[in-house]
Design a protein around this ligand. Structure first.
Ligand code: AFD
Ligand code: MN
Ligand code: MN
Length: 405
């Protein structure tokens, strides 16, 4: 019997003794769907320099091939978020979709590119010039059409709109312009497509950001309608903000559209998920597990474009970290938690969470992967595949073709 199997058998017995339905937990882990971002496979860097990695993807075909490789070794990443101006040049949509299908992946969220044209220096949906607002609305309408052709049901919007100096912009005028633009785009959504409005505390605007927090995103969604929901990017909050509370509040309101997973130490650092604060990711997943059906439409997407770690290894590491958080959250004794909360027993309530968080769920995840016909260690499987050496040889080091870098 393999070490993996022995460890799993022991853990399964322990979890069963704790009242955990191990088969149900494994089924949920097998059904997990984590979307990777096309831009996570391309070169990126800092505000000061884009660092080139040998083998980094440039074309959408290369990005899809890399994403398909991550899906091949993890089994839970069947869709790829795309950025319209970086990934679609003209009318290659059906070719891109056909190529994705041939690789066993599909196009996921459509991200219009709302911050990389000169005309956006003074903002996009909040620009004082109606011609710029017209231009950005048209780009979002065009992106909806791309989504329709790609079979995507998510339009994911992040605006870099903000100002750097007091007096530079009129907050309420900008709010009205933003609302009008989003309402026009919303009206063009086909049934079944959701518009996710992402917020961010600051950057590139340092004095104010027009959609700075979950509340502003929520209000803009309310002004649009039920197909508009909030996108929570873990790196987009002030340090110390209780993100799991925001998540549970939005879930309760039916307005949590999805996540951009990453980690951060200071700001929007786009570090690999769980590398700084794995307990936060676990606590977020506890709210999602407790919410049950309320969380049925949540889109779990990664948003990282790592400049130091090898691209695909960083993506696989993030996927495994998210799987671990979910597995641990599924091991919480929620009945005991509720009882402890009801009786005001803080220590017992906290300990139900700590006990699950301290559970080594690796044997459970290994067993899930084996039952899915996968190598129990996705990172080892990737390294043994020779894929990295192949793309480095084929692609070499190249000038990046546009992206976050
Ligand atoms: C940047 C932005 C935001 C957006 C992402 C992809 O901060 O998170 O979702 O780029 O466009 O990270
Ligand atoms: Mn994001
Ligand atoms: Mn970001």
């Amino acid at each position: 019997m393999s070490h993996c199997q022995q460890a799993y058998d022991l853990l399964a017995a322990q979890l069963t003794d704790r009242g955990v339905d191990v088969e149900a937990v494994k089924a949920k882990l097998k059904a997990q769907h984590i979307e990777t971002p096309s831009w996570g496979y391309a070169d990126s860097g800092t505000r000061f320099k884009t660092f080139k990695q040998a083998g980094a993807a440039i074309t959408i075909e290369e990005k899809l091939a890399d994403a398909a490789m991550v899906h091949k070794v993890t089994g839970v990443c069947p869709t790829v978020a795309v950025h319209v101006l970086w990934d679609f040049k003209g009318d290659n949509i059906s070719d891109v979709c056909a190529y994705a299908d041939s690789l066993g992946v599909k196009i996921g969220a459509i991200n219009p590119t709302l911050f990389q044209e000169d005309c956006y220096l003074g903002g996009s949906i909040t620009n004082v010039d109606p011609k710029v607002r017209r231009h950005v609305v048209q780009h979002m309408l065009d992106s909806i059409e791309i989504g329709k052709q790609a079979g995507s049901d998510l339009l994911s919007l992040w605006f870099a709109d903000g100002t750097n100096y007091p007096g530079q912009g009129d907050f309420r005028a900008r709010k009205h312009w933003a609302t009008e633009c989003l309402q026009e785009v919303y009206a063009a959504l086909p049934p079944g497509m959701r518009m996710l409005v992402e917020y961010k505390l600051f950057e590139p605007g340092f004095y104010h950001t027009d959609i700075a927090d979950w509340g502003m995103a929520y209000v803009l969604c309310q002004h649009c309608g039920p197909q508009a929901e909030v996108l929570v990017d873990l790196g987009h909050h002030a340090r110390g903000v209780n993100i799991e509370h925001i998540v549970s509040f939005l879930l309760d309101e039916g307005r949590l559209g999805g996540f951009h997973f990453n980690d951060a130490r200071y700001a929007d650092d786009d570090l690999t998920t769980g590398s700084v604060n794995p307990y936060q990711v676990f606590l977020i997943y506890c709210e999602l597990v407790k919410a049950g059906e309320l969380a049925r439409n949540v889109a779990y997407m990664i948003d990282q474009s790592h400049g130091e770690k090898p691209k695909l290894e960083a993506m696989i590491q993030t996927v495994m970290s998210i799987q671990t958080a979910y597995a641990k959250a599924l091991c919480v004794d929620y009945q005991r938690l509720a009882e402890a909360q009801a009786s005001g027993n803080i220590v017992d309530a906290e300990n139900t969470l700590i006990r699950a968080f301290n559970t080594d769920v690796e044997p459970l995840l290994c067993q899930v992967r084996v039952e899915m016909g996968l190598d129990p260690d996705p990172l080892a499987a990737y390294r043994a595949s020779g894929y990295q050496a192949r793309i480095e040889a084929e692609r070499g080091i190249r000038e990046s073709g546009g992206g976050l870098g």
